[in-house]
Design a protein around this ligand. Sequence first.
Ligand SMILES: Nc1ncnc2c1ncn2[C@@H]1O[C@H](COP(=O)(O)OP(=O)(O)OP(=O)(O)O)[C@@H](O)[C@H]1O
Length: 298
Amino acid sequence: MENQLKAVSLLRTTKLIKAYQEYRAVDEVSMTINQGDIYGFIGKNGAGKTTFIRMLTNLIEKSSGSIEFFSGKENIKIGAVIESPACYPYLSAQANLAYYAIQVDLPDKQERIKEVLEFIGLGDVGEKMFKDFSLGMKQRLGIGLAILNKPNLLILDEPTNGLDPQGIVEIREIIKKLNQQYQTTILVSSHILSELSMIATRYGIIHQGKLVKEVTTQELEHECEKPILLSSVDDQNCQTILKKEGYIVDVAANGLIINAEKSKMPDISRLLFRHQLNLTYFSYKEESLEEYYLKVTR
Ligand SMILES: Nc1ncnc2c1ncn2[C@@H]1O[C@H](COP(=O)(O)OP(=O)(O)OP(=O)(O)O)[C@@H](O)[C@H]1O
């Protein structure tokens, strides 16, 4: 079921460009977001994320290329939080939602507002005014406004920007819950890859306006995998045995490097143990997400 959902495109851009005179802030971006994705849109400051998102949400006009939404029979509903949420500073969370609900002509307003307040963890902040909210609360209310009319696609531009670790976790939990409980497809941008690594199902990396890489979480994990490192009581002997078994082995300053996946570690340790070669060091080096990110944007 999950796989079926993932195969259906919800959004596709083709060679999307936004140019300011000669300068292309977004340069031929072809992106596909499938139903059920949490699409992590990663790029440094100034890479073009906001410009791309602004085109999707019709806040600015594209220079060329196409944007297509697919939602079957229904009209697609998009919710978005771009930069700071636009709220009334002297109104409470409830009143801000109520005001917005009138504008979008929402049925069952009271019921839905209560549900949303609970969902974003602002069910018990009472009459506290928006201006007195923490940044995390403000961001959560922004998401509350964006999900009020149950969008199929939720777009969040840098929702964790400036938040403390607790605030980041709260936003992450909301994103996960929306995706899992309500099957909302989510496009979320960030300039920190690791911040999205616990929730994103796919990633698009933008650099200098170009989408330089689109990967699934599995592909990313695979690409971040690095060799196994070991040293033993007799490295020379280890090398011979491992090579005989078909492993590709290199000699490093203080041990051996084996070009094999992490999943091979139990086999290797059993093999060497059988030959009474005790290991003094056994590990693998995983390339960090940040290293990977630097590599693809170099
Ligand atoms: N109206 C504009 N006129 C000229 N250049 C612009 C305009 N809007 C954005 N840019 C430029 O386009 C580039 C991409 O900006 P954008 O805001 O999309 O980046 P970003 O990835 O969202 O980064 P940030 O996280 O800093 O907002 C930047 O170099 C920016 O200066």
